[in-house]
Design a protein around this ligand. Structure first.
Ligand SMILES: Cc1ncc(COP(=O)(O)O)c(C=O)c1O
Length: 449
């Protein structure tokens, strides 16, 4: 190809032509291989076609590089799809959790701000970065046990975990797409005036009936978070989002995401508010450039337009992805339901329609989880633990383990959490799964138990 390729084309036409060529490239070189017995069966992964690659090339040729029109379009489209007012994209689900939590420490929240030493109710059976921001800030996570086979917080134990004057928030995930008891948890939060952060990283598209309205998970609490890492419900490679309906929280989230600044200009924009030089902030001189006024100790967690471009193409397909995840979960359930004397099968929360991230199993007594998982992996079937199992048992707790009661607290027993750690694992249900793969998975599990 030489410069003649571009002859007579406007920049826009040239970009469209190159993007379309990238789409053709995708169809030729990224074609999904038909599954053959013995092939590796992933638990999850990117599921895409030419649209993602066309968008990616288009945004890269535009070469804006940082957050631009694609990010703006994605945030708007994602907010509409979720049914929330405000979305802020960030560079990972972990960053989304960090930002969600830290926004609740903002002085702008006055006496509702979480302070070091305050308690936040959570679980230990889950992903570490739901809990990490609480500890990093110096607040105290209070660990409550989960139920089996829902694998979510045991809502009946919330009151027991509450400390008047200290508990400020509940921050928990919808485990593997299965919503936690949103009715009970949000009622508990309302009763005590607590913040509710829904880590929705593994549950995008899950729905829950609350007061007669079917709502998407992540949109019931004060803040919801998403991850767009490849195995998740949709991907940007790396990426995440924080969402809320609360204008003040949104303002804080944007400020902390974007260096802690007070100003709301987009990257590359100046003087959007027309008051760039006429305010007085902190102890700064009157008229100090508002673009460089900082109301928080912030981060820079923004994404690039290339990530958002991929995300926009994925978002067009999210409902079909959800449908496939539900179908695959139901297929595995049917194939394994005769094994309930050996394995505990997953159970959807009451009043919910999960968009499953995975198919969770717990081995009953007499079945070795380790032996079964090893056998499945040897046959090329990828398995996953329920992330940390029991986070408190991990080396990251070594330095604070002796400081139980001060740095963290355990409310009651974590017997089910330990059981998940010892005998639980999960299988994939992602859109790339096929019936023949699932038949192999079902067959191998029957052989292994
Ligand atoms: C429940 C939960 N929260 C947060 C995250 C972190 O997301 P990320 O990998 O994008 O940082 C994950 C990761 O899989 C997760 O499962």
């Amino acid at each position: 190809m030489d410069k003649a390729f571009f002859e007579g084309l406007s920049e826009e036409q040239a970009r469209a032509k190159l993007s379309s060529l990238a789409g053709d490239y995708c169809e030729i070189y990224h074609k999904r291989k038909e599954y053959q017995p013995g092939d590796h069966i992933s638990y999850g992964g990117r599921f895409y076609d030419r649209r993602e690659m066309e968008n990616l090339v288009d945004s890269s040729l535009e070469f804006w590089l940082t957050a631009g029109r694609y990010v703006e379009d994605f945030e708007k489209a994602f907010a509409k799809w979720l049914g929330v007012k405000y979305v802020s994209t960030v560079n990972s689900g972990s960053s989304a959790n960090l930002l969600a939590f830290m926004s609740l420490t903002s002085p702008l929240l006055k006496d509702r701000a979480i302070m070091p030493g305050d308690e936040v109710i959570t679980v230990a059976a889950g992903f570490p970065t739901t809990v990490a921001p609480i500890i990093q800030y110096g607040a105290v996570p209070v660990f409550v046990d989960v139920t089996i086979p829902g694998y979510n917080i045991d809502a009946a134990r919330l009151e027991e975990a509450y400390t008047g004057g200290k508990t400020k928030a509940v921050m928990i995930a919808h485990t593997l797409g299965n919503p936690f008891d949103l009715a009970a948890v949000s009622e508990f939060c309302k009763k005590h005036g607590l913040w509710l952060v829904e880590d929705n990283c593994d549950a995008l598209g899950s729905e829950y009936m609350l007061d007669g309205v079917l709502k998407k998970t992540g949109t019931v609490g004060h803040i919801g978070t998403s991850s767009f890492y490849p195995p998740h419900h949709m991907t940007m490679g790396e990426g995440g989002a924080v969402y809320t309906d609360d204008p003040l929280l949104h303002r804080i989230i944007r400020s902390m995401r974007d260096w802690g600044r007070d100003c709301i200009c987009e990257p590359g924009q100046d003087n959007r508010c027309n008051h760039r030089y006429d305010g007085q902030f902190g102890l700064l001189p009157q008229g100090y450039d508002h673009k460089y006024v900082y109301s928080h100790f912030g981060y820079n967690l923004k994404i690039t337009d290339m990530q958002a471009a991929v995300g926009l193409a994925q978002l067009e397909k999210i409902d079909s992805f959800t449908a496939l995840r539900r179908e695959h979960h139901a297929y595995l359930y049917e194939g394994l339901r005769d094994l309930t004397d050996k394995l505990i099968l997953p159970e959807a929360a009451k009043d919910s329609v999960p968009s499953w991230f995975g198919f969770m199993l717990c081995c009953r007594e007499g079945v070795s989880r380790n032996a079964l998982v090893r056998q499945l992996e040897e046959k090329g079937i990828q398995t996953r633990m329920l992330f940390s199992g029991n986070l408190i048992k991990h080396p990251c707790f070594d330095s604070i383990r002796k400081l139980e009661g001060e740095k963290y607290r355990i409310s009651g027993s974590l017997a089910n959490t330990d059981r998940v750690m010892e005998s639980g694992f999960w299988l994939g249900v992602y859109p790339g799964m096929t019936q023949s793969m699932m038949d192999v998975m079902i067959g191998e599990i029957h052989k292994g138990v």
